[in-house]
Design a protein around this ligand. Sequence first.
Ligand SMILES: *Cc1c(COP(=O)(O)O)cnc(C)c1O
Length: 393
Amino acid sequence: MNLPIYLDNHATTRLDPRVLEAMMPYLKEAYGNAASHSHGFGWAAEQAVETARAQVAQLIGATAKEIVFTSGATESNNLALKGMVEAARLSQPGSSLHIITQATEHKAVLDLCAWLEKQGCRVTVLPVRRDGLIDPDELRRALDEEPALMVSIMAANNEVGTVQPVEEIGAFCRDRGVFFHTDAAQAVGKVAMDVTRAKIDLLSISGHKIYGPKGVGALYVRRGVKPAEQMHGGGHERGMRSGTLNVAGIVGLGAACALAGAEMEAEAARLTALRERLRTKLLAGLERIRVNGSADRRLAGNLSVTFEGVDSESLMMGLKDVAVSSGSACTSASIQASHVLRALGLSDEDTHSTLRFGIGCFNTEEEIDFVAERIVEVVPKLRELSPAWAETT
Ligand SMILES: *Cc1c(COP(=O)(O)O)cnc(C)c1O
């Protein structure tokens, strides 16, 4: 077993060696520009990009033409939301610019919506239940109150692993003629996603969350849906995203999608077993800990645990050799309470006593056992040092 142990697979994942191998030629001798149509260098690059496009499409039940390559899920979310708002403004001035989202979205969506609000959009942020799931009735109510241009609700959450009912949301949006965007950075390659069945109009993908490279992603854009370009230039990607294509990155994303498609089912079962092993050991070894988020509608590799009376920063320090993140992960530059945990109803104190475990395809049973043992050892020690804990016991 090699130390340190990486259990932060929601933040990013290690590049799969098979993905790296697929990318290598395009970082070396096959360096053509996919938009060069006058020689073999360009054709080879273009062909590799089109293979990758088909691989990405296949994983989500789309057609290759519906895939737009971007620099990652942040850009995809920006293109989806800003692009659709701008398109609506241009084509139907005066039409509804109401966007409905929900409280546990990634900052890439929430901050974007806050910005759009300043630009004159109306934004409704739906609450979530204690288990992190949205209540479809809340969505229904919000739409009854005011028609919307689009709904943006993530497929799976990056902190508590909650998998939202996208099929129900999609059916509902299609009925009402509302565009449905989903940030699926954590869901694609982990849970089965089918854009047709779930009636999704726009879907964001990130390479580095699925053992692919960083700085590459995709936006699925359903045929007939036309977000306005946000990156102006040479008219690449059917005019939706200009800029010379990151050929090696795109090849890596395609390879990662192909591998995920082939291995997802077996991998989900293996990760679920590892997560349950960790959960069981922690619950057996420690009192007053709680698991956050839905028990059954959850990513296989996610476990979010609140250790009452323990400061998560101290716990992480006590767990040197284990890379995990606290509830305040996505804003780790500042120690703010996680907006996700707050949305689930955790107190400020509990959000600062929470760790997120992100188990990935390179983790082993041996590693999980090591981590569980370390935590069961360290938590009581930290509690002993806490005067507040002494008073409550
Ligand atoms: C990581 C992540 C993003 C950002 O993706 P990048 O490719 O890093 O821009 C957006 N949404 C969710 C849910 C994520 O987990």
